[in-house]
Design a protein around this ligand. Structure first.
Ligand code: SF4
Length: 203
């Protein structure tokens, strides 16, 4: 982790947002697409739906035209509007800060809830996305086969105060060097510590 800190000193969410509402929407939209793709559409989207109340009154077809390039856009539009209605009706229009309340909303899984409580509210959380899952398993920080168990294992080996930034650093490493199909081990500063590398690239 010290080396990851040295290599990726400044880390933050790749999503552009100004408040918890915007992060909530952007994070739900980011499932199975890139942060860059989400950032491309959110400025127009947030003009049309500047707050949770406006979003809650939209119909899925209205929202779909803004999020069409994000993949799974029909499902995401339905989920976002349904979640917005619950947030307005049950949480006074305020994005919940509790993990349990967030995961009970449509379209919100563990990863999304962890990203929101960490990036919007500064709570320690360790969201396991595809990069965190792959890189932490290759590095031997975890060896479980589900995201839930990998999250549990990482939380045991990484100090709580470093959970959120470690999430971003593992993502950064996955995006820049430890690629999914062909990790660039020749450019990696962790080869001497990496079981995956020592085994010749076998998981
Ligand atoms: S040595 Fe290779 S597999 Fe291991 S973390 Fe670095 S890039 Fe990934």
């Amino acid at each position: 982790m010290d080396r990851l800190v040295a290599y990726y000193p400044e880390v933050k969410s790749g999503l552009v947002f100004k408040n918890p509402y915007q992060l909530f929407v952007a994070t739900v939209l980011s499932a199975q697409t890139t942060d860059q793709q989400v950032n491309r559409i959110t400025s127009e989207l947030f003009k049309a739906a500047p707050d949770i109340y406006t979003l809650s009154k939209m119909e899925p077809m209205q929202l779909e035209k803004y999020v069409k390039s994000c993949g799974l856009y029909r499902q995401k539009s339905k989920s976002l509007i349904a979640a917005a209605r619950i947030i307005v009706e049950e949480h006074n229009g305020i994005i919940p800060e509790s993990f349990e309340q967030l995961v009970s909303l449509p379209g919100v899984g563990r990863k999304t809830a962890n990203v929101i409580i960490s990036s919007a509210f500064g709570q320690p959380a360790l969201a396991v996305d595809t990069h965190v899952f792959r890189v932490s398993r290759r590095l031997g920080l975890a060896d479980s086969t589900t995201v839930e168990l990998v999250e549990e294992q990482l939380k045991k080996v990484i100090p709580r105060e470093h959970w959120s930034e470690s999430h971003h650093r593992l993502i950064a490493h996955g995006r820049t060097i430890c690629h999914s199909r062909k990790p660039n081990c020749g450019a990696c500063f962790l080869t001497d510590l990496c079981p995956y590398y020592k085994k010749g690239g076998e998981s």
